[in-house]
Design a protein around this ligand. Structure first.
Ligand code: ZN
Length: 462
């Protein structure tokens, strides 16, 4: 969830892109990889010509000075014959060397693009490795909606949330959601601090006042869902039922957090019964102390919260593990597939708990007057990057699902949701695919329903 009180459009100034064709004479068919993945909301995000399959990030960090040093080893596969390719990395971090397939590569910077020219062409369909050594003092980006994302310093470390574009503030990569990869994070920090990342804690070793944490994320992950959050934390790694629950709680929030780990199982059990099995090898969450951040994020396996989450918020971020993390949109404009679904799941959990009836949640959202500005934004096309996390994406998205459920009935509705996860988990899918699935499962023409609720301006009639 990224819910913002005020949306101020402050587009970050991205430098000019790398210029078009250059020395591509290495191989007959070799050409530069594209500088972006083609997403209209963030044109330079991601890169073309290759598919990253694994990130091995070895990081050292000093919270006092904000000094980060990194060695990023990226395993990828060329999807075209490449004369050169780009990685996304902000130019405030210094790149010391780039090695491709064991040989030194030349590189240059062009805004947030790190342009790499390997000594020889990279053959289409073949795997290759890139090792980038870099360092510097990372900072956050200001997103088009005014929120901060990326490397956000706290008084004891870093609150690291990367939706939609913060990953490039701390490691080089192919940072569009369509290029998922597995990860290993090896993070060394002063022993007074804890480094928390996605997936499973593989090891923790201390030497000379410094501690190294190794985390493995074995399921494919979009980079906006990655995190390396650092601070003074109470770390807990426990088994509850079938779930490995790893939590990190800022000690100043410990009393209010209570038994945070224990809160996960009932929600995951319920969602598992509705959406299909929990899709990852571990779960949990990070409760930091960063009230100025203003949002929580569904970082894969381990959502991050700037304070102790309420029950609806906790359920929202856990629902994202199915909707957003396991199944990820193909374009940012389809973000309702994350936020509308997580909001609807939040309504379902409150209904299950008996704290608020599902129909009351719908009625409350629908009761907005027809002239309310809210109805002027279609849920499946919020108009641009500044509207990504606006209320229509969340509430109108959730209402769409409730109306769909009413139209097709409970049995078909939950079959649609389970099939959606099962068919696309660890991958990406778009709104058109969801509509097609809903029509196939229900045997109904739902074109008018979806058009009215997702694509048209104005208050839909019931
Ligand atoms: Zn959300």
């Amino acid at each position: 969830m990224k819910l913002l009180a005020a949306a101020v459009a402050t587009l970050i100034a991205l430098g000019p892109g790398s210029a078009g064709a250059d020395a591509g004479s290495i191989g007959v068919g070799a050409a530069p990889g594209a500088e972006g993945a083609g997403d209209p909301y963030f044109p330079q995000q991601g890169n073309g010509g290759y598919d990253a399959t694994h990130y091995d990030l070895a990081l050292g960090y000093e919270p006092g000075s904000n000094q980060l040093s990194g060695v990023a080893t990226i395993t990828a596969r060329a999807t075209q014959e490449l004369s050169r390719f780009d990685l996304d990395l902000v130019d405030t971090l210094a790149v010391r060397s780039v090695v491709v397939n064991g040989a030194a590569a030349s590189f240059r910077r062009s805004g947030p693009e790190l342009v790499v020219t390997p000594p020889g062409r990279l053959a289409s369909g073949r795997p290759f490795s890139v090792v980038v050594r870099y360092d510097g003092k990372p900072t956050y980006l200001v997103d088009p909606d005014g929120s901060h994302d990326g490397w956000i310093r706290t008084d004891d470390g870093v609150f690291n949330a990367n939706e939609p574009q913060g990953a490039m503030t701390w490691y080089p990569g192919n940072h569009h959601m369509t290029d998922k990869a597995t990860y290993r994070f090896t993070v060394t920090v002063p022993s007074t601090r804890v480094a928390v990342a996605n997936g499973d804690l593989a090891s923790k070793t201390s030497q000379g006042g410094r501690t190294t944490y190794v985390w493995d994320e074995r399921e494919p992950m979009a980079s906006y869902l990655s995190t390396v959050t650092i601070g003074k934390f109470q770390l807990s790694d426990t088994k509850i039922g079938n779930f490995r629950v790893i939590t990190a709680v800022d000690p100043r929030n410990a009393a209010k957090a209570g038994d945070f780990a224990k809160r996960h199982k009932p929600i995951l059990d319920y969602f598992g019964s509705l959406f299909g099995p929990y899709p990852f090898s571990s779960t949990g969450g990070i409760i930091d102390r960063a009230s100025d951040v203003g949002y929580s994020l569904e970082t894969q396996t381990r959502p991050i919260y700037p304070q102790v989450p309420s029950e609806p918020l906790l359920s929202h971020e856990l629902a994202h593990q199915w909707f957003g993390d396991a199944v990820t949109p193909t374009r940012w404009k389809d973000i309702w597939l994350n936020e509308g679904f997580a909001t609807y799941a939040e309504w379902l959990w409150q209904d299950k708990l008996g704290t608020k009836k599902l129909q009351d949640s719908f009625d409350e959202a629908y009761s907005r007057a027809p002239e309310d500005e809210f109805w002027q934004t279609p849920a499946a096309d919020p108009g641009g990057a500044a509207g990504l996390f606006g209320d229509p994406v969340y509430s109108r998205g959730a209402m769409t699902l409730h109306v769909l459920r009413g139209a097709v009935g409970d049995r078909a509705f939950f079959t649609i949701l389970r099939t959606w996860v099962n068919d696309h988990k660890y991958g990406n899918a778009d709104t058109a695919a969801f509509i097609a699935l809903a029509q196939r499962v229900s045997g109904r023409d739902l074109g008018t329903l979806f058009d009215q609720w997702l694509f048209q301006r104005g208050k839909p009639t019931l």
